[in-house]
Design a protein around this ligand. Structure first.
Ligand SMILES: *Cc1c(COP(=O)(O)O)cnc(C)c1O
Length: 360
């Protein structure tokens, strides 16, 4: 399964070529392979700093508005999630992920998600990049709006900073198209590209592999020696990811996720309509959806008088009924079914979910 990274392997070259092809454009950029999502994001942070440092030349004196130390700060969103390494927890906009691990790595600023003006206000002469998830996953299944994405692209271009996207959870066909921004922007999204994008999770369909793509303009910013990995891009992981892509193409899982995802969403909307006292909202895209519960949907703890976290109650209830889900925050139950889940299994899931909601 292992080959020294001094050598090209056929599986890695083929996978890189296919992924670059999906990001589109000519030339299409480069891929760096890692072993996990957090590690892929570390590559994004290092890319942003490298590109930002290079802009230190001349500094403020030349009137470019770039600080003498170069640009190093990355703006991310409140409620974001970017992984568990020290840099990734600093990037993450959730206190519970950081608690007890200080001092935090400097160089990250957080602004509310989907708030373009807040991003603009946070940009300083030290800003190197903006990093967002297309759909916030851990933060509660919140998709970016098309206006936010388009606005970020224009803002980053205007200030000469990188637009980075964390596609670890929402990427690789999870939302019905290759990357979530294609789903969000819809037909005619071909003119939109971030400068770099991380991936993992469904890239390997459960097998550990991560990657980040980088646009051709920045493809030489990191090089052999300045960034590297021993196991990233190993032949076994790349063979798995190639096989996953084969199945996605063979079974047209992109349109499958779009079609069945639309029916799943409608089914969840039905549960919301029948149980408006329990279910507040349905959010998400494709096979990345969340049932948002009212804060008091699970009632109040008799001993403490505090509201019981409704997702924390429903997830184990569903487990007992035979379905595995995962909470996102305190009040969202998150559904991330396998990309090839057939509709009849979704129907069963909807039945179990409704049973759980009724019993809350
Ligand atoms: C899961 C996740 C990560 C971290 O990936 P790991 O493989 O667990 O390191 C980073 N970003 C997002 C958006 C994620 O959902």
């Amino acid at each position: 399964m292992h080959c020294s990274n001094l050598y090209l392997t056929e599986q890695q070259g083929r996978l890189a070529e296919r992924l670059v092809g999906h990001f589109g454009g000519e030339p299409g950029g480069k891929i760096f392979f890692a072993n996990s999502g957090a590690e892929a994001n570390e590559g994004l942070f290092k890319l942003a700093r490298r590109v930002g440092m290079a802009k230190a030349d001349g500094g403020g004196a030349s009137g470019t508005g770039v600080s003498e130390t170069g640009r190093f700060e990355i703006i991310t969103a409140t409620n974001s999630f970017h992984g568990r390494t020290l840099a990734a927890i600093a990037a993450t906009g959730q206190d519970k992920i950081k608690a007890g691990f200080g001092p935090l790595m400097p160089g990250f600023a957080h602004v509310p998600f989907n708030d373009l003006e807040a991003v603009e206000r946070a940009i300083t002469s030290s800003t190197a990049a903006v990093l967002v998830e297309g759909v916030q996953g851990e933060g509660g299944i919140t998709p970016a709006t098309p206006e936010f994405l388009r606005g970020l692209r224009a803002l980053c271009d205007r200030h000469g900073i990188l637009l980075l996207m964390d596609g670890v959870q929402c990427g690789h066909f999870r939302t019905g198209r290759f990357q979530s921004y294609e789903t969000i922007l819809g037909p005619g999204s071909d003119d939109f590209r971030p400068d770099a994008c991380s991936m993992a999770k469904s890239l390997g369909a459960g097998f550990p592999i991560g990657a980040f793509w980088c646009a051709p303009e920045y493809a030489d910013a990191l090089s052999a020696g300045s960034h590297g990995t021993t196991y990233g891009g190993n032949p076994l992981a790349c063979a798995v990811a190639n096989a996953v892509l084969d199945v996605v193409e063979r079974d047209a899982l992109d349109t499958h996720v779009q079609d069945v995802g639309a029916k799943l969403f409608a089914g969840l909307e039905g549960i919301r309509a029948r149980h408006p006292d329990k279910v507040k909202d349905v959010r998400g895209l494709g096979f990345m959806v969340g049932l948002v519960l009212h804060d008091d949907a699970a009632g109040v703890d008799a001993a403490t008088g505090d509201a019981i976290a409704p997702a924390g109650k429903l997830v184990p209830d569903l487990h007992a009924l035979g379905m595995l889900t995962v909470p996102a925050g305190t009040n969202v139950v998150r559904l991330l079914p396998a990309l090839n889940t057939p509709w009849d299994e979704m129907e069963e899931a909807l039945r179990i979910l409704e049973q759980g909601v009724e019993a809350l």
